[in-house]
Design a protein around this ligand. Structure first.
Ligand SMILES: Cc1cc2nc3c(=O)[nH]c(=O)nc-3n(C[C@H](O)[C@H](O)[C@H](O)COP(=O)(O)OP(=O)(O)OC[C@H]3O[C@@H](n4cnc5c(N)ncnc54)[C@H](O)[C@@H]3O)c2cc1C
Length: 316
């Protein structure tokens, strides 16, 4: 079943999570361990993040810097397929605009289609690390809405080069939404209009960026409904795992941490204590979201499963 079908048939809010592909050269063992721990909570589907190429500079013996392009975490589609068949579960690979041409994207979607994967989370991607401006790849899209359009076209049997007698794909498309506004948007209303565009182009549902104040999510959903976004909106929850998160998360994701949360974190003397605060806060958030009839909760695990186990045990 696709995510759209799962959502329409669900009798209670879904539990879903996302995992990262391993760093290049590492095995899938840690991914499988994380899934083995979380599978008892009956996830409805599992997402797999995608990671674009990065440019790094390596110092040579002569002191000059050598520019190299590396992809630290390749293998999203293969990993999703491996999990789909090992666990007999719906998988949702993330497909990025950034770093890929339209042809490369089309080829990736064809591979997914052949592998029996009918779900995709369509995203633009961030600018490469160390840069601030997103620049489209040569022959690539600029916005996620254009990627949604490309996938919708494939669902109609339309490929980039005209091919005759094609078999349409049947991708179910998710997109990202930002309760506290995307960092590059001039204001929340603009961002909402751009989200609406993705939905009108063909997105079947929205998954939210992480947030730590549920009222931000509730008002985001209200505003989406007001402007006519009718598809399911799934909240994304990321538990705090270390004291460093207090600085890194707001900077990286353009989100606020509520005063009550930072006060608890400031009392912590170690990362272990901060981790526990993260579990308690995410459990509290999850309970409130579930009590308010969200279609499900999507957990950003970053590969860790112990905290998610505790949160799900406490909240569902
Ligand atoms: C659920 C979720 C999962 C994610 N997974 C990954 C992942 O696996 N890998 C990864 O690298 N990143 C991931 N991200 C991060 C995401 O790639 C970044 O947040 C990225 O900066 C924006 O992606 P988007 O798809 O929301 O972009 P878009 O929808 O294209 O929006 C990007 C910006 O452009 C603006 N905009 C959109 N359309 C237009 C237009 N027509 N004209 C002018 N402005 C416009 C928007 O308002 C926004 O400010 C994820 C984000 C979410 C919410």
């Amino acid at each position: 079943m696709t995510v759209k079908e799962i959502l329409s048939k669900a009798e209670s809010p879904l539990f879903t999570f996302e995992l990262l592909p391993p760093l290049k050269g590492h095995s899938l063992e840690r991914v499988y361990t994380a899934i083995d721990r979380l599978i008892e909570f009956e996830p409805a589907y599992i997402n797999f993040t995608s990671h674009r190429n990065e440019v790094i500079y390596k110092e040579r013996p002569d002191g000059l810097l050598e520019k190299r392009t590396i992809r630290k975490r390749p293998g999203t589609i293969a990993l999703a397929a491996a999990v789909r068949y090992k666990y007999n579960i719906t998988v949702v690979p993330h497909i990025l605009v950034g770093g890929f041409s339209k042809q490369e994207t089309e080829n990736a979607l064809i591979e997914m289609n052949f592998l029996g994967i009918d779900d995709v989370l369509a995203l633009r991607g961030d600018p490469p690390p160390g840069t601030r401006m997103f620049l489209p790849e040569r022959g690539g899209h600029k916005y996620a809405s254009e990627l949604v359009k490309q996938i919708v076209n494939m669902n109609k049997g339309k490929y980039i080069d005209e091919v005759e007698q094609t078999t349409p794909t049947k991708f179910c498309i998710g997109v990202g939404g930002y309760p506290e506004k995307h960092i590059e948007s001039p204001n929340i209303q603009f961002d909402l209009e751009m989200l609406k565009k993705k939905v009108e182009t063909g997105a079947d549902y929205v998954v939210s960026q992480m947030f730590f104040d549920n009222s931000r999510f509730f008002s985001f959903v209200d505003r989406c409904r007001e402007i006519g976004i009718k598809v399911p909106i799934i909240p994304g929850i990321k538990p705090i795992v270390s004291l460093n998160d207090m600085k890194v998360l707001p900077q990286t994701f353009n989100i606020d941490l509520p005063d009550a949360l930072t006060r608890e974190l400031l009392k912590c003397k170690s990362n272990e204590e901060a981790w526990q605060v993260g579990v308690d806060w995410a459990t509290m958030q999850s309970k409130e979201l579930l009590a308010n009839n969200v279609p499900g909760i999507h957990y950003y695990t970053l590969g860790a499963s112990d905290n998610i186990c505790r949160i799900v045990k406490g909240a569902y």
